[in-house]
Design a binder for this molecule. Structure first.
Ligand code: SAJ
Length: 419
Protein backbone atom coordinates (compact mmCIF):
# COMPACT_ATOMS: atom_id res chain seq x y z
CA UNK A 1 0.00 0.00 0.00
CA UNK A 2 1.44 3.37 -1.01
CA UNK A 3 0.00 6.73 -0.02
CA UNK A 4 0.80 10.22 -1.28
CA UNK A 5 -0.13 13.11 1.06
CA UNK A 6 -0.49 16.53 -0.55
CA UNK A 7 0.19 19.37 1.93
CA UNK A 8 2.48 18.93 4.94
CA UNK A 9 0.98 21.34 7.46
CA UNK A 10 -0.74 20.78 10.80
CA UNK A 11 -2.96 18.06 9.39
CA UNK A 12 -1.09 16.56 6.42
CA UNK A 13 2.21 15.93 8.20
CA UNK A 14 0.86 14.18 11.33
CA UNK A 15 -1.51 12.15 9.11
CA UNK A 16 1.39 11.11 6.86
CA UNK A 17 3.45 10.14 9.92
CA UNK A 18 0.55 8.20 11.41
CA UNK A 19 0.00 6.12 8.25
CA UNK A 20 3.75 5.50 7.94
CA UNK A 21 3.80 4.31 11.56
CA UNK A 22 1.08 1.80 10.63
CA UNK A 23 3.03 0.15 7.86
CA UNK A 24 1.95 2.25 4.85
CA UNK A 25 4.65 3.59 2.50
CA UNK A 26 3.99 7.32 2.50
CA UNK A 27 5.28 10.06 0.24
CA UNK A 28 4.63 13.58 1.57
CA UNK A 29 4.43 16.53 -0.85
CA UNK A 30 4.53 20.25 -0.19
CA UNK A 31 4.92 23.12 -2.66
CA UNK A 32 7.15 24.96 -0.16
CA UNK A 33 10.65 23.68 -0.90
CA UNK A 34 12.01 25.12 2.38
CA UNK A 35 9.49 23.00 4.33
CA UNK A 36 10.38 19.90 2.29
CA UNK A 37 14.11 20.48 2.86
CA UNK A 38 13.59 20.84 6.62
CA UNK A 39 11.52 17.66 6.80
CA UNK A 40 14.08 15.76 4.71
CA UNK A 41 16.65 16.84 7.31
CA UNK A 42 14.29 15.57 10.05
CA UNK A 43 13.45 19.07 11.30
CA UNK A 44 9.94 20.33 11.97
CA UNK A 45 8.33 23.56 10.76
CA UNK A 46 5.31 23.15 13.08
CA UNK A 47 4.93 22.33 16.75
CA UNK A 48 3.04 19.29 17.93
CA UNK A 49 3.80 17.12 20.95
CA UNK A 50 5.18 13.72 19.95
CA UNK A 51 5.53 14.58 16.24
CA UNK A 52 9.30 14.81 15.92
CA UNK A 53 9.96 11.45 17.62
CA UNK A 54 7.42 9.59 15.51
CA UNK A 55 8.53 11.30 12.29
CA UNK A 56 12.21 10.43 12.78
CA UNK A 57 11.23 6.82 13.57
CA UNK A 58 9.21 6.36 10.35
CA UNK A 59 11.77 8.15 8.17
CA UNK A 60 14.52 5.89 9.58
CA UNK A 61 12.31 2.84 8.95
CA UNK A 62 12.10 3.89 5.29
CA UNK A 63 8.33 4.43 5.40
CA UNK A 64 8.20 8.20 4.85
CA UNK A 65 9.77 10.36 2.14
CA UNK A 66 9.25 14.00 1.17
CA UNK A 67 9.52 16.07 -1.99
CA UNK A 68 7.84 18.89 -3.89
CA UNK A 69 6.48 16.46 -6.50
CA UNK A 70 3.90 13.67 -6.15
CA UNK A 71 4.67 10.04 -6.94
CA UNK A 72 2.52 7.15 -8.19
CA UNK A 73 0.51 5.76 -5.29
CA UNK A 74 -2.58 3.69 -4.48
CA UNK A 75 -4.23 6.55 -2.62
CA UNK A 76 -3.85 10.33 -2.40
CA UNK A 77 -4.81 12.51 0.55
CA UNK A 78 -5.23 16.25 -0.05
CA UNK A 79 -4.70 18.27 3.14
CA UNK A 80 -3.95 21.79 1.90
CA UNK A 81 -5.13 25.12 3.36
CA UNK A 82 -8.47 26.63 2.37
CA UNK A 83 -8.09 30.24 3.46
CA UNK A 84 -10.77 32.88 3.26
CA UNK A 85 -10.65 35.70 0.72
CA UNK A 86 -11.29 39.39 1.43
CA UNK A 87 -14.90 38.98 0.30
CA UNK A 88 -15.35 36.14 2.85
CA UNK A 89 -15.54 33.39 0.24
CA UNK A 90 -13.35 30.29 0.30
CA UNK A 91 -10.10 30.31 -1.62
CA UNK A 92 -10.03 26.84 -3.21
CA UNK A 93 -6.93 27.52 -5.32
CA UNK A 94 -4.74 25.20 -3.23
CA UNK A 95 -7.29 22.37 -3.41
CA UNK A 96 -7.51 22.81 -7.18
CA UNK A 97 -3.75 23.02 -7.68
CA UNK A 98 -3.04 19.97 -5.47
CA UNK A 99 -5.60 18.00 -7.51
CA UNK A 100 -3.99 19.24 -10.74
CA UNK A 101 -0.59 18.11 -9.41
CA UNK A 102 -1.71 14.52 -8.90
CA UNK A 103 -3.59 14.35 -12.22
CA UNK A 104 -0.61 13.01 -14.25
CA UNK A 105 -0.05 10.27 -11.63
CA UNK A 106 -3.61 9.04 -11.11
CA UNK A 107 -4.27 5.59 -12.52
CA UNK A 108 -7.08 3.04 -12.54
CA UNK A 109 -7.97 1.78 -9.05
CA UNK A 110 -6.71 4.91 -7.23
CA UNK A 111 -8.48 6.59 -4.33
CA UNK A 112 -8.39 10.39 -3.80
CA UNK A 113 -9.42 11.74 -0.37
CA UNK A 114 -9.95 15.42 0.38
CA UNK A 115 -9.31 16.26 4.06
CA UNK A 116 -9.25 20.07 3.80
CA UNK A 117 -12.28 21.93 5.17
CA UNK A 118 -14.30 23.13 2.19
CA UNK A 119 -17.69 24.62 1.23
CA UNK A 120 -20.38 22.06 0.35
CA UNK A 121 -20.16 20.67 -3.20
CA UNK A 122 -16.38 21.20 -3.50
CA UNK A 123 -15.82 17.51 -4.27
CA UNK A 124 -18.49 17.67 -6.97
CA UNK A 125 -17.57 21.06 -8.42
CA UNK A 126 -13.78 21.19 -8.04
CA UNK A 127 -12.27 17.70 -7.56
CA UNK A 128 -14.39 15.66 -9.96
CA UNK A 129 -14.07 18.00 -13.01
CA UNK A 130 -10.26 18.06 -12.63
CA UNK A 131 -9.91 14.29 -12.10
CA UNK A 132 -12.24 13.58 -15.05
CA UNK A 133 -9.48 14.95 -17.25
CA UNK A 134 -7.46 11.82 -16.43
CA UNK A 135 -9.70 10.04 -18.95
CA UNK A 136 -10.56 7.48 -16.27
CA UNK A 137 -14.17 6.81 -15.28
CA UNK A 138 -14.91 8.58 -11.98
CA UNK A 139 -16.51 6.21 -9.47
CA UNK A 140 -15.50 3.12 -11.48
CA UNK A 141 -11.78 3.58 -12.07
CA UNK A 142 -11.00 6.51 -9.76
CA UNK A 143 -12.63 6.68 -6.33
CA UNK A 144 -13.13 9.95 -4.49
CA UNK A 145 -14.24 10.92 -0.99
CA UNK A 146 -14.19 13.70 1.56
CA UNK A 147 -13.04 12.88 5.07
CA UNK A 148 -12.67 16.10 7.03
CA UNK A 149 -10.04 16.49 9.72
CA UNK A 150 -11.52 17.34 13.13
CA UNK A 151 -8.51 17.19 15.42
CA UNK A 152 -7.35 19.77 17.91
CA UNK A 153 -3.74 20.99 17.53
CA UNK A 154 -1.83 20.07 20.67
CA UNK A 155 -3.80 16.82 21.00
CA UNK A 156 -3.42 15.71 17.39
CA UNK A 157 -2.14 12.19 17.83
CA UNK A 158 -4.64 11.36 20.53
CA UNK A 159 -7.56 12.77 18.52
CA UNK A 160 -6.44 11.27 15.17
CA UNK A 161 -6.82 7.85 16.76
CA UNK A 162 -9.73 8.25 19.15
CA UNK A 163 -12.08 10.72 17.38
CA UNK A 164 -14.90 9.40 15.27
CA UNK A 165 -14.32 10.00 11.57
CA UNK A 166 -16.72 11.04 8.83
CA UNK A 167 -16.25 9.50 5.40
CA UNK A 168 -18.27 10.86 2.49
CA UNK A 169 -17.62 8.97 -0.72
CA UNK A 170 -19.01 9.84 -4.14
CA UNK A 171 -20.27 6.22 -4.19
CA UNK A 172 -20.23 3.13 -1.99
CA UNK A 173 -16.92 1.79 -3.29
CA UNK A 174 -15.19 5.15 -2.67
CA UNK A 175 -16.46 5.20 0.93
CA UNK A 176 -15.45 1.57 1.52
CA UNK A 177 -11.89 2.08 0.26
CA UNK A 178 -11.57 5.20 2.45
CA UNK A 179 -12.88 3.39 5.55
CA UNK A 180 -10.43 0.53 4.94
CA UNK A 181 -7.55 3.00 4.76
CA UNK A 182 -8.36 5.00 7.93
CA UNK A 183 -9.08 1.78 9.84
CA UNK A 184 -5.32 1.28 9.93
CA UNK A 185 -5.18 3.61 12.94
CA UNK A 186 -8.61 5.12 13.73
CA UNK A 187 -10.13 3.59 16.87
CA UNK A 188 -13.23 5.84 16.89
CA UNK A 189 -16.30 4.95 14.84
CA UNK A 190 -16.05 5.69 11.12
CA UNK A 191 -19.38 7.03 9.87
CA UNK A 192 -20.19 6.76 6.17
CA UNK A 193 -22.21 9.31 4.21
CA UNK A 194 -22.09 11.15 0.87
CA UNK A 195 -19.45 13.79 0.08
CA UNK A 196 -21.69 16.87 0.37
CA UNK A 197 -23.04 15.77 3.76
CA UNK A 198 -19.48 15.16 4.96
CA UNK A 199 -18.48 18.64 3.82
CA UNK A 200 -21.42 20.14 5.70
CA UNK A 201 -20.87 18.08 8.88
CA UNK A 202 -17.42 19.56 9.35
CA UNK A 203 -18.69 23.12 8.80
CA UNK A 204 -21.68 22.54 11.07
CA UNK A 205 -19.47 21.43 13.98
CA UNK A 206 -17.44 24.62 13.95
CA UNK A 207 -20.47 26.79 13.18
CA UNK A 208 -22.32 25.25 16.13
CA UNK A 209 -19.52 26.50 18.37
CA UNK A 210 -19.45 29.92 16.71
CA UNK A 211 -23.21 30.41 17.12
CA UNK A 212 -23.12 29.13 20.69
CA UNK A 213 -20.21 31.45 21.61
CA UNK A 214 -22.05 34.36 19.94
CA UNK A 215 -25.04 33.57 22.14
CA UNK A 216 -22.74 33.63 25.19
CA UNK A 217 -21.17 36.92 24.07
CA UNK A 218 -24.62 38.41 23.52
CA UNK A 219 -25.70 37.26 26.99
CA UNK A 220 -22.59 38.98 28.38
CA UNK A 221 -23.66 42.28 26.81
CA UNK A 222 -27.21 41.80 28.12
CA UNK A 223 -25.79 41.09 31.59
CA UNK A 224 -23.82 44.33 31.56
CA UNK A 225 -26.95 46.28 30.63
CA UNK A 226 -29.45 44.51 32.89
CA UNK A 227 -27.11 43.94 35.81
CA UNK A 228 -26.38 40.28 36.53
CA UNK A 229 -23.31 38.06 36.47
CA UNK A 230 -23.32 36.15 33.17
CA UNK A 231 -20.72 33.63 34.35
CA UNK A 232 -22.78 32.54 37.30
CA UNK A 233 -25.97 32.55 35.22
CA UNK A 234 -24.41 30.36 32.49
CA UNK A 235 -23.04 27.91 35.07
CA UNK A 236 -26.48 27.61 36.62
CA UNK A 237 -28.28 27.26 33.26
CA UNK A 238 -25.79 24.55 32.29
CA UNK A 239 -26.89 22.52 35.32
CA UNK A 240 -29.92 21.68 33.20
CA UNK A 241 -29.31 18.31 31.49
CA UNK A 242 -30.08 19.66 28.00
CA UNK A 243 -28.30 23.03 28.15
CA UNK A 244 -24.65 23.66 27.17
CA UNK A 245 -23.99 27.37 26.74
CA UNK A 246 -20.37 28.12 25.82
CA UNK A 247 -18.19 30.79 27.43
CA UNK A 248 -18.19 34.50 26.61
CA UNK A 249 -14.77 35.99 25.83
CA UNK A 250 -13.03 38.72 23.86
CA UNK A 251 -14.17 37.23 20.52
CA UNK A 252 -13.55 34.11 18.48
CA UNK A 253 -10.16 33.41 16.93
CA UNK A 254 -8.28 30.68 15.12
CA UNK A 255 -8.34 29.65 11.51
CA UNK A 256 -11.34 27.29 11.88
CA UNK A 257 -14.26 28.57 13.94
CA UNK A 258 -13.85 32.19 12.81
CA UNK A 259 -13.66 31.07 9.16
CA UNK A 260 -15.79 27.97 8.54
CA UNK A 261 -19.23 29.60 9.05
CA UNK A 262 -18.47 31.80 6.05
CA UNK A 263 -18.23 28.68 3.86
CA UNK A 264 -21.88 27.99 4.64
CA UNK A 265 -22.98 31.63 4.27
CA UNK A 266 -21.27 31.73 0.85
CA UNK A 267 -23.49 28.94 -0.46
CA UNK A 268 -26.81 30.13 0.99
CA UNK A 269 -26.58 33.76 2.17
CA UNK A 270 -30.32 34.39 2.40
CA UNK A 271 -30.88 31.27 4.48
CA UNK A 272 -27.88 31.78 6.83
CA UNK A 273 -29.27 34.65 8.90
CA UNK A 274 -28.48 33.21 12.33
CA UNK A 275 -25.00 32.18 11.23
CA UNK A 276 -24.28 35.64 9.73
CA UNK A 277 -25.51 37.42 12.81
CA UNK A 278 -23.40 35.20 15.06
CA UNK A 279 -20.33 36.06 13.01
CA UNK A 280 -21.21 39.72 13.39
CA UNK A 281 -21.58 39.43 17.18
CA UNK A 282 -18.29 37.57 17.54
CA UNK A 283 -16.44 39.95 15.20
CA UNK A 284 -17.66 43.05 17.06
CA UNK A 285 -16.91 41.61 20.51
CA UNK A 286 -13.25 42.78 20.46
CA UNK A 287 -14.47 46.33 19.72
CA UNK A 288 -16.81 46.08 22.70
CA UNK A 289 -13.89 44.91 24.85
CA UNK A 290 -11.73 47.83 23.67
CA UNK A 291 -14.49 50.35 24.50
CA UNK A 292 -14.91 48.87 27.94
CA UNK A 293 -11.14 48.99 28.56
CA UNK A 294 -11.10 52.66 27.54
CA UNK A 295 -14.01 53.48 29.82
CA UNK A 296 -12.15 51.93 32.79
CA UNK A 297 -9.17 54.29 32.33
CA UNK A 298 -11.06 57.34 31.09
CA UNK A 299 -10.31 59.44 34.19
CA UNK A 300 -6.56 58.74 33.97
CA UNK A 301 -4.32 61.12 31.98
CA UNK A 302 -2.28 59.23 29.36
CA UNK A 303 -3.04 55.79 30.81
CA UNK A 304 -0.91 52.71 30.24
CA UNK A 305 -2.99 49.67 29.24
CA UNK A 306 -1.39 46.21 29.32
CA UNK A 307 -2.72 43.47 27.07
CA UNK A 308 -2.18 40.01 28.58
CA UNK A 309 -2.40 37.43 25.79
CA UNK A 310 -2.02 37.48 22.02
CA UNK A 311 -2.81 33.83 21.24
CA UNK A 312 -6.40 33.10 20.17
CA UNK A 313 -6.83 30.66 23.04
CA UNK A 314 -4.98 29.45 26.11
CA UNK A 315 -1.65 27.62 26.19
CA UNK A 316 -0.89 27.84 22.47
CA UNK A 317 1.34 30.23 20.49
CA UNK A 318 -1.04 30.67 17.54
CA UNK A 319 -2.44 34.16 16.94
CA UNK A 320 -4.26 33.59 13.66
CA UNK A 321 -7.54 35.58 13.66
CA UNK A 322 -6.88 36.30 17.35
CA UNK A 323 -9.39 38.73 18.91
CA UNK A 324 -6.42 40.26 20.77
CA UNK A 325 -5.20 41.76 17.49
CA UNK A 326 -8.57 43.45 16.99
CA UNK A 327 -8.68 44.75 20.56
CA UNK A 328 -5.18 46.23 20.11
CA UNK A 329 -6.12 47.76 16.73
CA UNK A 330 -9.13 49.44 18.30
CA UNK A 331 -7.20 50.71 21.35
CA UNK A 332 -4.50 52.14 19.10
CA UNK A 333 -7.08 54.54 17.65
CA UNK A 334 -6.94 56.33 20.99
CA UNK A 335 -3.66 58.28 20.93
CA UNK A 336 -3.82 59.04 24.66
CA UNK A 337 -3.36 55.39 25.58
CA UNK A 338 0.04 53.74 25.76
CA UNK A 339 -0.25 50.01 25.03
CA UNK A 340 2.01 47.28 26.36
CA UNK A 341 1.57 43.72 25.16
CA UNK A 342 2.70 40.51 26.84
CA UNK A 343 2.28 36.86 25.88
CA UNK A 344 4.67 34.28 27.35
CA UNK A 345 4.10 31.85 24.46
CA UNK A 346 4.02 34.05 21.34
CA UNK A 347 7.54 34.67 20.04
CA UNK A 348 6.67 37.08 17.20
CA UNK A 349 7.84 40.71 17.60
CA UNK A 350 5.20 43.44 17.71
CA UNK A 351 5.03 47.15 18.41
CA UNK A 352 4.56 47.55 22.20
CA UNK A 353 5.32 43.88 22.96
CA UNK A 354 7.53 43.26 25.98
CA UNK A 355 9.29 40.07 27.01
CA UNK A 356 8.57 39.83 30.73
CA UNK A 357 5.52 40.18 32.94
CA UNK A 358 7.50 42.59 35.09
CA UNK A 359 8.01 45.01 32.18
CA UNK A 360 4.39 44.52 31.13
CA UNK A 361 2.89 45.59 34.45
CA UNK A 362 5.44 48.29 35.29
CA UNK A 363 3.58 51.63 35.40
CA UNK A 364 0.39 50.07 34.05
CA UNK A 365 -3.06 51.44 34.87
CA UNK A 366 -5.03 48.47 33.57
CA UNK A 367 -4.32 44.81 32.81
CA UNK A 368 -6.65 43.38 30.16
CA UNK A 369 -6.64 39.56 30.25
CA UNK A 370 -7.51 38.37 26.73
CA UNK A 371 -6.10 34.83 26.62
CA UNK A 372 -6.76 32.04 29.12
CA UNK A 373 -3.11 30.96 29.44
CA UNK A 374 -2.37 28.94 32.60
CA UNK A 375 0.56 31.31 33.18
CA UNK A 376 -1.89 34.18 33.81
CA UNK A 377 -3.83 32.17 36.39
CA UNK A 378 -0.58 31.79 38.36
CA UNK A 379 0.40 35.48 38.43
CA UNK A 380 1.52 36.78 41.83
CA UNK A 381 -0.74 39.81 42.11
CA UNK A 382 0.96 41.08 45.28
CA UNK A 383 4.11 41.71 43.25
CA UNK A 384 2.14 43.02 40.29
CA UNK A 385 0.28 45.57 42.42
CA UNK A 386 3.53 47.11 43.65
CA UNK A 387 4.57 47.76 40.04
CA UNK A 388 1.29 49.10 38.67
CA UNK A 389 0.30 52.78 38.72
CA UNK A 390 -3.41 51.98 39.23
CA UNK A 391 -4.62 48.54 40.32
CA UNK A 392 -7.25 47.81 37.63
CA UNK A 393 -7.77 44.40 36.02
CA UNK A 394 -10.25 43.64 33.22
CA UNK A 395 -10.66 39.86 32.92
CA UNK A 396 -12.46 38.94 29.68
CA UNK A 397 -12.03 35.19 30.31
CA UNK A 398 -13.06 35.01 33.95
CA UNK A 399 -9.88 33.15 34.88
CA UNK A 400 -8.90 35.22 37.91
CA UNK A 401 -10.20 34.91 41.43
CA UNK A 402 -12.41 37.97 41.84
CA UNK A 403 -12.71 38.05 45.64
CA UNK A 404 -9.00 37.44 46.15
CA UNK A 405 -8.01 40.29 43.83
CA UNK A 406 -10.53 42.62 45.45
CA UNK A 407 -9.06 41.74 48.86
CA UNK A 408 -5.61 42.65 47.54
CA UNK A 409 -6.97 46.10 46.63
CA UNK A 410 -7.57 45.59 42.91
CA UNK A 411 -10.60 46.80 41.02
CA UNK A 412 -11.55 43.69 39.00
CA UNK A 413 -13.89 44.09 36.06
CA UNK A 414 -15.19 41.14 34.06
CA UNK A 415 -17.12 41.10 30.82
CA UNK A 416 -20.72 40.15 31.39
CA UNK A 417 -20.71 41.36 34.97
CA UNK A 418 -20.92 44.68 36.75
CA UNK A 419 -19.09 43.40 39.79
N1 SAJ B 1 -14.00 30.20 22.58
C1 SAJ B 1 -14.83 31.02 23.35
N2 SAJ B 1 -15.74 30.42 24.19
C2 SAJ B 1 -15.84 29.06 24.29
C3 SAJ B 1 -15.02 28.23 23.50
C4 SAJ B 1 -14.10 28.83 22.64
O1 SAJ B 1 -14.76 32.26 23.29
O2 SAJ B 1 -16.68 28.61 25.08
C5 SAJ B 1 -13.05 30.80 21.63
C6 SAJ B 1 -11.60 30.42 21.91
O3 SAJ B 1 -11.04 31.23 22.90
C7 SAJ B 1 -10.99 30.63 20.54
C8 SAJ B 1 -12.10 30.22 19.59
O4 SAJ B 1 -13.30 30.26 20.34
O5 SAJ B 1 -10.68 32.01 20.32
C9 SAJ B 1 -11.95 28.84 18.95
O6 SAJ B 1 -11.42 27.91 19.86
P1 SAJ B 1 -11.86 26.36 19.97
O7 SAJ B 1 -11.08 25.71 21.04
O8 SAJ B 1 -13.33 26.29 20.12
O9 SAJ B 1 -11.56 25.74 18.54
P2 SAJ B 1 -10.28 25.57 17.57
O10 SAJ B 1 -10.42 26.61 16.50
O11 SAJ B 1 -8.99 25.51 18.27
O12 SAJ B 1 -10.55 24.09 16.97
C10 SAJ B 1 -11.79 23.77 16.35
C11 SAJ B 1 -12.30 22.42 16.91
N3 SAJ B 1 -13.69 22.25 16.55
C12 SAJ B 1 -14.65 21.92 17.45
O13 SAJ B 1 -14.43 21.78 18.62
C13 SAJ B 1 -16.04 21.73 16.92
C14 SAJ B 1 -11.46 21.28 16.37
O14 SAJ B 1 -12.00 20.02 16.75
C15 SAJ B 1 -11.37 21.33 14.84
O15 SAJ B 1 -10.55 20.29 14.32
C16 SAJ B 1 -10.75 22.65 14.47
O16 SAJ B 1 -11.63 23.70 14.94
C17 SAJ B 1 -10.62 22.71 12.95
O17 SAJ B 1 -9.49 22.46 12.46
O18 SAJ B 1 -11.62 22.92 12.26
Amino acid sequence: MKLCVMGLGYIGLPTAVMFAKHGVKVHGVDVNDKVVKMLQEKELHIEEPGLIEMMVEVIDAGNLTFSTEPEHADAYIIAVPTPIKGDKTANLDYVASATEMILPYVKSGNLVILESTVPPKTVENVLIPILERSGLVIGEEVFISHSPERVLPGKLFEELVSNDRIVGGINEKSSQLTVDLYKKFVKGTIHVTDSTTAEMVKLMENTYRDVNIAFANELARIAEKVGFNVWEAIDLANCHPRVNIHKPGPGVGGHCIAVDPWFIIEQAPEESKLISMSRDINETTPVHVAYKAQSIVKEIVNPVVTILGLAFKGNIDDMRESPSLEVIKELKKNNNIQIKIYDPLVKQEMDGKVETLEEAVDGSDLLVVLTDHNAFKEIDFNLVKEKMSSANVYDTRNILNCSELTKKGFTLIRNGSNN
